[in-house]
Design a protein around this ligand. Structure first.
Ligand code: APR
Length: 244
């Protein structure tokens, strides 16, 4: 049904999570086998408390994630989504991911709810620096303030503009597709409901079951997102060839 709905929809919106980047080589957070939070307590290392009371572990955790960003790159599924945006098949992407891969692959109509790990900023003067700085021990601004990743930490408010954009897009959606999220974290997990309440069809593509499967019009488990997107894109190409 997803292929049919994708073709019929005049306003398709995607919510992506960490499951969108595992095929690029980045770990997600809650996958049963190797999710980051299986071995680490996010409250201890990815929170505002950690930034103030546990700086060494905090910086070490994010330094490793920055290394991951530099060693990995967007897989084909990212480029398919960017192409669908250009062809009008997809209107926008709301992402929980901080890897910047949607933007790197060419997606423009994008809400980065949890910020972006490609940059650091000074806690005092807000000056921005490339996140590679963490790889070279650059943790202090020339003003003396401490540099931190430009991501939303546990305990912090989400940035207003991406939140507003995500809410608007969810309300306008005719088709809302979740790609690779356990839908565990608010407010990101509310957007599928907002879309549904505004009449959208909801599709969840996620390896493992989520708490929101009950609300979905279609659920695709045990399939890799990259493969599903390639199949859908191939079906689209075939239709276009038949028309021409
Ligand atoms: N194809 C399909 N699904 C996948 C794939 C894949 N290749 N790889 C992983 N998944 C699924 C996993 O089964 C898991 O349920 O993606 C889901 C990812 O869920 P999480 O790890 O919880 O990631 P996410 O939902 O994005 O987490 C939300 O939590 O820790 C915070 O800020 C962090 O943005 C993150 C937020």
């Amino acid at each position: 049904m997803l292929e049919k709905w994708l073709k019929e929809s005049n306003y398709t919106v995607i919510l992506s999570g960490a499951g969108m980047s595992t095929e690029s080589g980045l770990p997600d957070f809650r996958s049963a086998n190797n999710g980051l939070w299986n071995a680490k307590d996010p409250g201890r290392i990815a929170s505002t408390d950690a930034l103030n009371d546990n700086v060494k572990e905090f910086i070490d955790f994010y330094r490793h994630r920055v290394i991951g960003l530099k060693e990995c790159s967007p897989h084909k599924g990212y480029y398919i989504l960017a192409d669908w945006e250009k062809r009008g098949i997809l209107k926008s992407i709301i992402t929980q991911n901080v890897d910047g891969f949607h933007r790197l692959a060419g997606s423009e109509n994008l809400s980065e709810l949890h910020g972006n790990l490609q940059t650091l900023h000074c806690q005092e003067c807000k000056e921005e620096f490339p996140s590679e700085g963490y790889l070279h021990g650059h943790i202090q601004c020339y003003c003396g303030g401490m540099l931190r990743p430009s991501v939303v930490l546990f305990g912090e408010m989400l940035p207003e503009q991406p939140l507003d954009f995500a809410a608007e897009e969810s309300e306008k959606a005719e088709l809302f597709i979740v790609l690779g999220s356990s839908l565990t974290v608010t407010p990101a997990n509310q957007f599928p409901l907002i879309a549904k309440q505004n009449g959208a069809k909801l599709v969840i593509i996620n390896m493992e079951p989520t708490e929101f499967d009950f609300y979905a019009d279609e659920v695709i488990h045990d399939r890799k997102i990259g493969e599903v997107l390639e199949e859908l894109d191939h079906a689209f190409q075939q239709r276009e060839n038949e028309k021409s």
